[in-house]
Design a protein around this ligand. Structure first.
Ligand code: ADP
Ligand code: ZN
Ligand code: MG
Length: 549
């Protein structure tokens, strides 16, 4: 098989995603009062409604409707005031009702879009774009067809096979706790062109849902799931080819790699004169291939018809407006604020908001830097912890507003680079579980900014804060790291060096200006390597005087 970059020279990939999110933050299921709880003991949260027993009648969960309207507003959708629930009929043991309650042609949310900023390595997959655009990045406008409401099915546990698969299993067990879990499905237009764009879309949507607080969006636990539809067409061709649908894309990497593999597979089939069948395929990340699961059912197979037990659902303007008022600051808005308020580059701002808790942390640290209460800017999610912390470094009074802005860039760097590397190295660790606090991060950045420690020493202090749960200033003091910035001490050292090196001073004044570096070196030695280099330079220049030309 050819490599993706090669294949994409001849073929254009057309990709559309179907993304399911369980509304895990709700108390109860979609159409009954059963409790929503991940990991509860099997079949303890069921009732006649979610099991579909005769005579049981569903009642829609208003909080779930609020969540889907939030999702629609945050992704620029039109909110449909009247929509209906439908029955999608099929028989499978994980669904004892024998039909899934879902929505029909009109969903609560229709015709939205998201704009993706694609840059860095991700932009390189768009080999159809001019090189300058690949280097500088571009914006991809991705249409959202709809977001509809539906319910999840139960969970089957296959016993005896390998890796919990049905193949080779001796028997299966069913847990109906999950059935009836409110689920929202977002369907994109076929507007994505590369696996990287698909990954970025998924990441951005996850950030939005997390900011909205409507789902915990765990791809591992399956509360956020993605199916990728992909087809190929010759470059320049307008008509779309036959698509396949990929399942089991339970991580961002799998989503990218599965699509990349499938694009290469389809190209090979087409180039050998074969045809692509519309089928559902399973991505196997360890074997690095996709396998046919089933040929595609059509909508007719499901006998979709309006749910007779649920009246059409009417949303009032008042309801929609009340939900709009609950919209939090979304990641794009937050990034925009970081740029305009703190002068960050759009790249830095975007990376800071990728992780909601990192962005909140940055907000708290900047509020401290500006001398304000850390909670003033940090929004509702802010905890009291940030406010209760002392500044840590004795004698470091809060900087005046304006001075704080110069700390924004080094603070962003600390969080984007050093912290991210640390979290990645400690698999699955969250920022809140580390010993880094906004006050400590700010102190560390200030210690470097004022020249008290070098940037190299800052790395050592950062590592020590995380290891030892102590304030940066305490670590600096204990390890005797602090640069000597005491004017008197440095002047004394300079005087000593000049007195001990009469000959060199004479040569310097006679025009041998290269000797300046020698004096700096001697002064560093005289201060045991801890003299502030900037001060040493200035004082040396003053004391030596002008060399003759
Ligand atoms: P189906 O009826 O097979 O479910 P839909 O029209 O509902 O197909 O589309 C499902 C997803 O597939 C959407 O995200 C859509 O953008 C995408 N899609 C549709 N046609 C194509 C195609 N030819 N190539 C790639 N993606 C496609
Ligand atoms: Zn129930
Ligand atoms: Mg479909």
């Amino acid at each position: 098989m050819r490599m993706l970059q090669e294949v994409l020279k001849d073929w254009e990939a057309v990709i559309g995603l179907e993304i399911h999110a369980e509304l895990t933050t709700l108390e109860t299921k979609m159409f009954c009062g059963c409790k929503l709880e991940f990991g509860a003991s099997p079949n303890t949260h069921t009732c006649p409604v979610c099991l579909g027993l005769p005579g049981a009648l569903p009642v829609p969960n208003r909080a779930a409707i609020e969540s889907i309207v939030l999702a629609g507003l945050a992704t620029n959708c039109d909110i449909e005031k009247r929509s209906m629930f439908y029955r999608k009929n099929y028989m499978y043991p994980d669904m004892s009702k024998n039909f899934q309650t879902t929505q029909g042609p009109i969903a609560f949310c229709m015709r939205g879009h998201l704009d993706l900023a694609v840059d860095g390595a991700a932009a390189k997959e768009r080999i159809d774009l001019p090189e300058a655009v690949q280097d500088g990045g571009y914006t991809a406008h991705i249409g959202i067809t709809r977001i509809h409401m539906e319910e999840d099915a139960g969970k089957m546990n296959h016993v005896g096979g390998s890796e919990g698969r049905i193949a080779g299993a001796t028997h299966s067990m069913i847990d109906y706790n999950r059935c009836g879990t409110p689920l929202i499905e977002l369907v994109t237009e076929p507007d994505l062109r590369t696996p990287e764009e698909a990954r970025l879309f998924m990441q951005k949507l996850r950030q939005i849902y997390l900011a909205l607080g409507i789902s915990d969006c765990s791809m591992e636990e399956g509360s956020l799931r993605c199916d990728g539809n992909v087809s190929l067409r010759r470059r320049g061709e307008k008509r779309m080819g036959t698509k396949t649908e990929l399942k089991n894309m339970n991580s961002f990497k799998n989503l990218h790699d599965g699509l990349a593999f499938e694009i290469c597979r389809q190209a090979e089939v087409l180039e050998e004169g074969g045809i692509i069948y519309q089928e559902t395929r399973h991505w196997d990340p360890s074997a690095k291939r996709t396998l046919v699961m089933r040929v595609k059912e059509t909508a007719d197979d499901y006998r979709l018809f309006p749910e007779p037990d649920l009246a059409p659902y009417d949303l009032t303007d008042e309801f929609i407006e009340s939900v709009r008022k609950k919209l939090p600051e979304l990641p794009d808005e937050k990034a925009g604020r970081f740029e305009s308020s703190f002068g960050l580059s759009s790249y830095d701002a975007r990376h800071l908001v990728e992780n909601g808790s990192v962005a909140e942390f940055f907000d708290k640290a900047m509020a401290l830097a500006e001398g304000g209460a850390p909670d003033a800017l940090a929004g509702e999610g802010a905890t009291a912890a940030g406010g209760a912390e002392p500044l840590g470094v004795a004698g470091h009074a809060p900087a005046a507003p304006g001075a704080a802005a110069s700390l924004a860039k080094p603070l962003a760097n600390l969080l984007i680079n050093d912290l991210t590397a640390y979290l990645n190295a400690h698999d699955g660790l969250e920022l809140a579980q580390t010993f880094l606090t906004p006050a400590r991060a700010l102190d560390l950045v200030r210690l470097t900014d004022t020249g008290a420690i070098s940037s190299k020493q800052a790395k050592e202090v950062f590592a020590a804060v995380l290891e030892e749960d102590r304030d940066p200033a305490a670590i600096v003091a204990q390890r005797g790291m602090e640069q000597v910035s005491d004017l008197g001490a440095i002047e004394a050292a300079v005087d000593r060096v000049l007195a001990e090196n009469h000959d060199e001073v004479a040569l310097y004044l006679g025009g041998k200006v290269q000797l300046f570096g020698f004096f700096v070196g001697q002064c560093m030695k005289a201060t045991a390597g801890q003299g502030n280099p900037k001060m040493i330079n200035e004082i040396l220049k003053k004391k030596l005087g002008q060399p003759s030309a």
